[in-house]
Design a protein around this ligand. Sequence first.
Ligand SMILES: Nc1ncnc2c1ncn2[C@@H]1O[C@H](COP(=O)(O)OP(=O)(O)OP(=O)(O)O)[C@@H](O)[C@H]1O
Ligand SMILES: [Mg+2]
Length: 323
Amino acid sequence: MNDRGLFDALRRFDEEYIPFPPFVAAAKMIEDNLALYRETGIAQHLLILGESGTGKSSLCSWITQKYQRFSLPDREILPVLYAAVPPAATIASMVELMLERLGDPSPTTGTASSKTARLILLCRACRVELVLLDEAQHIHDRGLATTHYMVGDWLKSLIDQIGIPTVFLGLPRLEQLLQVNEQLRRRFSRRIRLALGQSDTESIHNECLQLFISLGACLPLPLSSGIYGWDELGTRLYYASDGRVSYIKKLLACALKRSLEAQEGEIGPAILERAFTDELWWEGIGKLNPFNPAFEFRQLDRRNEPFERSSPGAGRGWGKPKC
Ligand SMILES: Nc1ncnc2c1ncn2[C@@H]1O[C@H](COP(=O)(O)OP(=O)(O)OP(=O)(O)O)[C@@H](O)[C@H]1O
Ligand SMILES: [Mg+2]
């Protein structure tokens, strides 16, 4: 395969959506809320939490692609309003971003309340039926508790006034925002974690393996479990990826390049071992590399390791191996 072929294969691989169980469950909950709203006008809200690389933004893209904007002779119809909350979000930055998305010609003009009033009118005019607020942990990241209340309260009031199902997506620490703001907490009482490891019937290792196999099916080379066998490869994949789709994808993309360079006919543990060091953690060698025979079979989440948790307790208590 030449460079062009490799780039095409990588692009196709990057664009492919795999319906892995938590992704499907989250998409279904969003679509159920949309269907309920369309049928009854009832707006139910949803909180989707997931560590970095678990697929939150991809889920938003999938939904916005499915319910695309279209034009009528007199207006644009935007069934889904998507916005990624900017770092250190303020009421002004949020309202302006949403106005811009809705095609407002001068989103920065006016006072906070006049901009909010315009936003509500535009949501109605564009027939918005679903609001997706990605990176919602940035609302919390603003800092002082009083500011949490200000942005949180503005959002609560906006959500009530537009009366449209709203989804907050963000890192697990987003839950702290809801701890601060009781009224938001009540509105977002329905929560889902976008993470492997929640199945009653499958171990997280097996879920990782299934995801690896599904993603691998999009590549032009076959996968091999080599000396380990598929069960053990699944366990090693879990430690190599922390059960996150983005890391499994990175491993596979790098392994494909490496396999083609080395003119290997398959993607197996030796190539994955190199891909882990190249792509995920340059210090991951020997017993610290999940694909090395000497690997010590533990989570790589200690200090300066690739899956070190950013805040105490974040992401703990779920996504654990079930063996
Ligand atoms: N269902 C899926 N099928 C295939 N690839 C996916 C899927 N979901 C996510 N990915 C891939 O995983 C990677 C990370 O996804 P994404 O950016 O959506 O994660 P995130 O949870 O938004 O991360 P962050 O919190 O860092 O923004 C992307 O390369 C994306 O293509
Ligand atoms: Mg994201």
